[in-house]
Design a protein. Structure first.
Length: 130
């Protein structure tokens, strides 16, 4: 997935809308034969009630990877919190935060892993994309 995102960034460069990068990355995923779902509605469970007024993950690659696409000056804690919330609410384990508004995509890439321990609440830890 990261290689395909780098290809998109090399072709387009920084400065476009998130929707353009999402469209092109979905094109690349389809060309590579990688199954994915775009703009996936993920419900919120509130007080044990499933509410459909949840949020939309940009790209979901089954079974457990969310790609969240940004085109911002810098990734902030709010962006990180958004992705971590998406992971918790969706049950997915890995998330990639891809900021295309950088000179080199590797500088705008963050990987997060949601670890689940049976004896405690879910814990998160950012992972370096290296």
């Amino acid at each position: 997935m990261i290689g395909l995102a780098i290809d998109v960034h090399r072709q387009l460069g920084p400065g476009l809308l998130e929707s353009i990068y999402e469209e092109c990355l979905c094109f690349e995923l389809a060309q590579a034969g990688i199954p994915f779902h775009r703009q996936v509605a993920i419900p919120v469970v509130y007080r044990e009630t499933r509410l459909e007024a949840g949020f939309r993950a940009d790209i979901l690659i089954p079974p457990s990877l969310i790609l969240e696409i940004k085109s911002v000056d810098a990734i902030t804690r709010v962006h990180e919190a958004q992705l971590l919330t998406y992971l918790r609410m969706s049950g997915c384990e890995v998330g990639l935060l891809l900021n295309f508004n950088v000179l080199r995509l590797k500088d705008g890439l963050r990987r997060y892993v949601l670890s689940r321990r049976a004896d405690s609440l879910p814990a998160t830890r950012p992972r370096s994309s290296g």
